[in-house]
Design a protein around this ligand. Structure first.
Ligand code: ATP
Length: 358
């Protein structure tokens, strides 16, 4: 297996403070990766007059994956390309409790599920505008029973769900449930939609998921209205395995799932397409703690572990996760969000020590 190539985009605010020591750690561990850092965001503007110059796009196209920090603006063009340009349609956000995480639950032990969020459709296609623009077609509200253009000045946003998009995210979820079952998981997919209020759009997503389920008789399918699901996710998170849901609900629910196990600083994420994937923590840029070297790098490092697995560097991925598990079990070197006083760098140094000790 040849050396893999990974593009690194550090992102903004506190994000580089988690990204730099994480990449540094992987380098020290001898990861068989060539790291590319094309000019993106502020650096792109300074050096090339563009936040996302052609050379950055070409670097992404020539690479095996991108490791992305969070963005609050300047790097967003790269993110849009990684998502819609590279068609990374499946956003996988695991919620797995590790002993030592500061969960608000009394019994979080054993929580281990994964939210699969459709990543390209739904309201995130960004079709919005003033209601008056709808005048030529005067769409009629099923619930208000009149044309929406009669409602007065305001704005609309279009929710789009396609059959093909629903099919591929459903297949991704069932394949994931099957892979998890092979490792001891229960083999269950839970579909969360608002099909009662949105029978056409969410109804289609649900219908396609049920149809795909027929190809996976070894996997159980459950289906809930998303508000009922949110309630169940808090009350009975241990029963969940793989959750499949349209874009917006997945975005919101995965932050809530992160809170269940211990917070955003622990929430990893990977976005997968047919021929490309990028990895970033699920959290934002944490601007309120920027410049203090206290951002928890766990979410970034667990995202890196997902990337290593995707690249086929499985034993390094496992070593990274095992090292993180040990750090939390011992509970000595933790960042402030988890009740400790360690800096980001100290956490990464300790992780290196743990992994080198094996
Ligand atoms: P976005 O809109 O991009 O999600 P946001 O500001 O709404 O950004 P975050 O940047 O995720 O959300 O931050 C929410 C809160 O969680 C902030 O108080 C932030 O400091 C905290 N936070 C997020 N990530 C981490 C982390 N890795 N370590 C410590 N605290 C974090």
């Amino acid at each position: 297996m040849g050396r893999k190539t990974v593009v690194v985009v550090e992102g903004e605010d506190a994000s580089p403070e988690a990204m730099r020591p994480s990449v540094g750690l992987l380098q020290k561990l001898g990861a068989e990766i060539e790291w590319l850092t094309p000019p993106v965001g502020e650096r792109g503007i300074e050096e090339r007059g563009s936040a996302f110059p052609d050379e950055a796009r070409e670097a992404i196209d020539a690479s095996d994956a991108t490791f992305f920090g969070s963005t609050s603006g300047p790097s967003a063009a790269a993110l849009m390309y990684l998502r819609w340009g590279r068609r990374t349609y499946a956003n996988l956000r695991p919620a797995r409790f590790l002993p030592g995480y500061r969960s608000p639950l009394a019994r979080p032990e054993g929580i281990d599920f994964a939210i699969v969020r459709e990543n390209l459709e739904d309201l995130y296609l960004g079709v919005e505008g003033p209601i008056e623009d709808l005048e030529p077609i005067r769409p009629r509200s099923r619930t208000a029973r009149r044309p929406v253009t009669d409602l007065g000045p305001g704005a609309y946003a279009l929710k789009l769900i396609t059959e093909a998009g629903s099919e591929r995210i459903a297949r991704f979820s069932f394949e994931l449930a099957r892979a998890r079952k092979a490792r001891g998981g229960p083999g269950r997919v839970t579909c969360a939609t608002k099909h009662n209020m949105l029978p056409e759009s969410d109804g289609l997503f649900r219908k396609v998921t049920h149809r795909v389920a027929l190809d996976y008789p070894d996997i159980e399918l459950q289906s809930f209205i998303v508000d009922d699901f949110a309630h169940r996710m808090i009350l009975a998170p241990h029963e969940l395995d793989v959750v499949v849901t349209p874009n917006l609900y997945g975005d919101i629910l995965s932050d809530a799932a992160a809170a269940l196990v211990g917070g955003l600083g622990l929430a990893a994420s990977g976005c997968y397409g047919e021929d490309y994937a990028y990895f970033e923590s699920a959290h934002g840029t944490a601007p309120d703690i920027a410049g203090r070297n206290v951002i928890n790098p766990t979410a970034t490092l667990l995202s890196a572990a997902m990337m290593l697995e995707y690249l086929g560097l499985v034993s390094l991925a496992e070593a990274l996760v095992a090292g993180i598990e040990r750090i939390y079990r011992e509970g000595r070197i933790l960042t402030p969000d988890q009740g400790g006083q360690a800096t980001t760098q100290a956490f990464c140094d300790e992780l290196l020590r743990q992994i080198e000790q094996g």
